[in-house]
Design a protein around this ligand. Sequence first.
Ligand SMILES: Nc1nc2c(ncn2[C@@H]2O[C@H](COP(=O)(O)OP(=O)(O)O)[C@@H](O)[C@H]2O)c(=O)[nH]1
Ligand SMILES: [Mg+2]
Length: 349
Amino acid sequence: MIGIVGKPNVGKSLLFNVWSGEHAKTSNYPFCTIDPNKGCGWVEIKCPCAEFEKTCGRCTNGQRSFPVQLVDIAGLVEHASEGHGMGNRFLAEILEQEILLEIVDATGELNNQGEPQSPSLDQVWHDIEFIPTELVRWLGQLIERNGIRTLERLETFLRSFHISPALIHQLFRDVANYHQFSDPVRLRELLRRSKTEVLILNKVDRCSSEHLQQLVARLKKDGRPFFCYSALLDFGRSSERHQGQAIERMKALQLRPGSIILREILFDLVGVKIIFPVKHLPALTDDQGSILPDMILLPRDGTCRDLAYRIHEEIGTHFIRGIDAHTHLFLSATTILTHRQVVRIVAKV
Ligand SMILES: Nc1nc2c(ncn2[C@@H]2O[C@H](COP(=O)(O)OP(=O)(O)O)[C@@H](O)[C@H]2O)c(=O)[nH]1
Ligand SMILES: [Mg+2]
């Protein structure tokens, strides 16, 4: 669901390790991460059981953890789309993700080849633009190479990257000829509107304050979502020896831990919601008697019928109504559900 992308050595694997608590190899070597590393980040959600005066036995201090898939993808290099570096295989993997965490070395101390140089703001601007530019270039080439000449074929082709036919139709319906299917301006817009791109300025611990101020001021002006971060300090928080020091430095730099950033991305930026489906009311149980057994993630505009489909294809097809566990009111197929809502689905099965 979340792809971690960026050029080599910006700290993708370290961030992945910290956020997922897993231990993908980190090193200073450009292609240390060859296969995508998959793991889970965890976001905490307030469990509804207390509001119903129940004890679900699944939460800790009233909090439930919800897993979010993270994929650490091998370093993107200049002209990856032309077969340099790891090329097509991982470019495809990147575009399959719904959320792209675009990691940039905030110091600008890595040149285009991922080799050390002195700090450079110009390098940072270049790196920020580089990720989407490379993705768009690759997508354009893929469309050309596959000889896609009709809007219908373009829609089918892009569906595998979770890009909706409606959006493709909107952006490409007026093209005069099929060469425009690989137009970088339209493809950039397609990427912007089909994925949530979040910029992470990593290695902030190494930036001078003047450098950082200039960086932040310009990004705020651009108005795109970004987070200042230090995977190294966040990692330090979990080590016994340097914990106190890491916490102090993060505080001084006003940096937030990965778990908080992840929450903000999911619930504020993307606007996903977690729904608790139950089979029996008012018990809030499944057939085995487990209280609030499941959590299901829905998009911002996810409806009651969407929830039914996520539970089971059959339940979606034979949906009759939903019932809200608090109010006991009926919910129609098109009712948009709210975060942490507890819902029973009634279906003809
Ligand atoms: N100072 C500092 N170093 C970092 C930070 N994040 C990663 N690094 C270092 O940068 C190097 C490359 O990290 P790695 O995670 O392997 O980068 P990847 O190639 O993008 O996966 C390693 O030596 C890390 O320890 C950070 O926030 N601050
Ligand atoms: Mg790596």
